[in-house]
Design a protein around this ligand. Structure first.
Ligand code: HEM
Ligand code: HEM
Length: 230
């Protein structure tokens, strides 16, 4: 068994770019939602981009490098509980720890739901998502309520996420935030299979193009809206 303590590439470049692009899309969706009617079309574009990023992440969960794959880090409930009992003194994980792994999937699901719901709602005045006419107005109102509530949940989750990674970075000195920037962590890596030595950039570009195309087609084939613009 190989055991080595030096900076190791953990997060491939596509995963890191994806992470910061997701942060930009969420911030953009939030700002444009607050900014008033003139910004609604831009809000839709940020939302479509977030949806494409979610689709990309699901594909990257299967086709990305070792630590980006969900199968690598999704732990059993027993492992999560065991980790929670000793989180303060636990050895740094190479990729996500058992709790962080599930948290990362939860964030992706929440954002996917939020963007998916957005497709069906309207502001009842000027703008409607592309699938608004597919649902009754009472269903659309109900979904709009969820678009609002889910966003609050996303804000809380993002805040807890930032507090957690800050604790690991400055409290436990594990360099998590730096690793989401340059990709590397200095730790004990057990076994060559845990070492990432490629980024799979071309594959990532193709998958991103595919994800964007799926979202574009989804919007393009949507029924004609009752509203002028969408
Ligand atoms: C992850 C992506 C998204 C986020 C974070 C997000 C966030 C938000 C927020 C915070 C609001 C204001 C809600 C309120 O205060 O009631 C809003 C409103 C709205 N969003 Fe999104 N949104 C996203 C995606 C989308 C998408 C993809 C669409 C449609 C294509 C969309 C359509 C709308 C509409 C029509 C409103 C106005 C609803 C109303 O006036 O009740 N959103 N969004
Ligand atoms: C809108 C805000 C944010 C969202 C939605 C978000 C979302 C995510 C997601 C989904 C992951 C998991 C990556 C994966 O899929 O494998 C992740 C990981 C990570 N994020 Fe964020 N993030 C946000 C803001 C931030 C900020 C502001 C920072 C830095 C201060 C940060 C630092 C990190 C780090 C260090 C990790 C890796 C955690 C680990 O090692 O387990 N994130 N984030």
């Amino acid at each position: 068994m190989q055991s080595d303590r030096r900076p190791q590439l953990i997060w491939d470049l596509p995963l890191r770019l994806w992470h910061w692009a997701l942060v930009v899309c969420l911030a953009g969706s939030w700002i444009t939602a607050e900014a008033g009617f003139d910004w609604t079309t831009t809000h839709f574009y940020f939302g479509y981009s977030a949806l494409a990023l979610v689709l990309f992440r699901l594909a990257w969960a299967l086709l990305g490098t070792f630590h980006s794959r969900y199968a690598t880090f999704l732990a059993s409930p027993k492992q999560v509980l065991a980790y929670l009992r000793k989180a303060k003194d636990a050895e740094p994980s190479a990729g996500h720890n058992p709790l962080g792994g599930w948290a990362s999937v939860a964030i992706v699901v929440l954002i996917g739901l939020q963007a998916g719901i957005g497709l069906f709602i309207s502001d009842d005045i000027f703008y409607a998502g592309p699938y608004n006419t597919v649902v009754s107005s009472s269903t659309a109102d109900w979904l709009a309520g969820w678009h609002h509530r889910l966003f609050t949940l996303i804000q809380i989750t993002a805040l807890v996420h930032v507090l957690a990674v800050s604790w690991y970075t400055w409290g436990k000195k594990e360099g998590l935030i730096q690793a989401m920037l340059h990709g590397k962590k200095t730790l004990q890596v057990h076994g060559a299979e845990e070492t990432v030595n490629e980024h799979r950039g071309l594959r990532a570009l193709l998958l991103l193009a595919l994800a964007a195309t799926v979202v574009a087609i989804l919007v393009y084939v949507a029924p004609l809206p009752d509203y002028e613009i969408y």
